[in-house]
Ligand binder design. Structure first.
Ligand code: ARG
Length: 461
């Protein structure tokens, strides 16, 4: 469109500079809101008709016109006409093409400020629903693999040093617990955000006799927001989404990092399926865990999106400022990256081959049952834990010198270290005995892991 703007150009003699048009336009990204924009407008015009603010006939014409515009968008996409600035002006212009000047009645008792706040909330609400569904699928995949490996022994680490044996099922269930917290964060954000800003108008409300409860209900909100200034200027809902997305991405990144480590030759704990590996153009032997690396990488970008919007918002006075137009790209970007990351981790978890023999061998090699020996000395020989720790340290040293596992030390060797040790100690020195003994609530004993899986299945039903 040349010359002054059709939507607000009444007091302008000249049109904007080309760069002004470019910096001002949000249509290249906010066209993603078109479904929400149509839904918001339909709810608004139905209310205008019901309240007699526009005639019933005009309201019906506008509603039918909006359906036509929606059909046009669905078939052709949304044109990136920078002159029409954003999805709201685009839709109004399309509506005018479809039904003529009566289209101009749609914007009665409304502003783009409450319109965009409404559209964006609806979009983020849909995004949360998509994420919740995807996380449910990821959790289901974790449960299946955890059940399969409830008793598969692997080395548990602290400081990335072999610490105590655990089971792979227990390790996977730790991620299940993290994702359960993510699910609760997203669900909580959804509850908090589900209030309608529509009817806040530009910032102060309106003198038209609107019914905000009616539009809120029509759009599936729990009710209207209580303050019109807050209605147009609040972006907490987007930040809540980004904070939840960041924490979720952080969890996915930690599992991705473990897959990268585990898939490396020195670990050899996992073989990623062909579908989730890539080759090297120069080194024929390579099977690279690129998807896991990218999930790890994407988490950094998602955190960046959260930071971007927090910094954008932190200095803004009430109510709307155009800075807030920049709220959408980071949320869209974070959502796309998170959706890909969840799908990729789900695929990797489902299809990975866990090398349980190798995990067991490493658990056995790392003197990971040393704590069990110390605990046995406390329980069966009455030593104070500190002394038991010391005795066990000498046993580990002896096994290390001989190049054998702890449970391969002869009883003579053990008795030479401390005469109070007897044969019964072999009952706790194997990795299986070690994990089976960890029966405290939340511990790694296979029966506990199976109980945790059952409990998780029950809560998700
Ligand atoms: N494109 C704008 C945005 O995304 C819509 C709101 C514009 N409001 C205004 N007063 N210029 O934030």
């Amino acid at each position: 469109m040349d010359g002054s703007n059709a939507m607000w150009g009444g007091r302008f003699a000249e049109g904007p500079a080309a760069v002004m048009r470019e910096i001002n336009a949000s249509i290249p990204f906010d066209k993603r809101l078109w479904k929400q924009d149509i839904a918001g407008s339909k709810a608004h015009v139905a209310m205008l008709g019901a309240r007699g603010i526009v005639s019933a006939e005009d309201a019906a014409t506008i509603a039918a016109g909006l359906d036509q515009v929606a059909a046009h968008y669905a078939a052709n996409g949304v044109a990136e006409d920078l002159g029409l600035e954003d999805i709201h002006m685009q839709t109004e212009a399309r509506l005018a093409e479809a039904i003529g000047p009566v289209a101009g009645r749609l914007h009665t008792a409304r502003s783009r400020n409450d319109q965009v706040a409404t559209d964006f909330r609806l979009w983020v609400r849909d995004a949360i629903d998509q994420v919740l569904a995807a996380l449910g699928g990821f959790q289901a995949a974790l449960l299946v693999r955890a059940e399969e490996h409830a008793a598969s022994v692997m080395p548990g680490f602290t400081h990335l040093q072999s610490a105590q044996p655990v089971t792979l099922g227990h390790h996977l269930m730790a991620y299940h617990a993290m994702i359960a917290r993510d699910v609760s964060r997203f669900a909580d954000a959804r509850v908090r955000m589900n209030r309608s800003p529509l009817g806040s108008a530009a910032l102060a409300g309106t003198g038209f006799p609107i019914d905000r409860a009616m539009t809120a209900r029509a759009l599936g909100f729990d009710g209207p927001m209580t303050n019109s200034l807050d209605g147009v200027s609040d972006r907490d809902f987007a930040l809540d989404y980004l904070v939840a997305a960041t924490q979720c991405a952080l969890h996915l990144s930690r599992l991705a990092e473990e897959f990268v480590l585990w898939a490396s030759q020195p670990f050899g704990f996992v073989a990623l399926s062909d579908q989730w590996s890539t080759g090297s153009s120069i080194m024929p032997q390579k099977r690279n865990p690129d998807a896991a690396e990218l999930v790890r990488g994407h988490s950094g970008r998602i955190m960046g999106c959260m930071t971007a919007l927090m910094v954008t918002m932190k200095g803004l006075p009430l109510a709307y400022s155009k800075d807030m137009q920049d709220d959408k790209p980071p949320v869209f970007e974070a959502h796309d990256l998170l959706a890909l990351s969840i799908a990729a981790m789900t695929g990797m978890v489902k299809s990975a081959t866990f090398r349980t023999e190798r995990m067991r061998a490493v658990a056995e090699a790392g003197f990971a049952t040393a704590t069990d020996l110390a605990d046995w000395l406390v329980r069966e020989a009455g030593l104070p834990f500190r002394e038991a720790h010391h005795v066990t340290g000498r046993a580990v040293k002896r096994a290390e010198d001989l190049g054998i596992a702890l449970d391969a030390l002869s009883i003579e060797d053990l008795k030479a270290i401390d005469a109070r040790i007897d044969d019964r100690v072999y009952g706790v020195l194997s990795v299986d005995a070690s994990v089976a003994s960890r029966t405290s609530f939340g511990g790694t004993a296979p029966d506990n892991v199976r109980a945790a899986i059952r409990a998780a299945r029950e809560t998700s039903e």
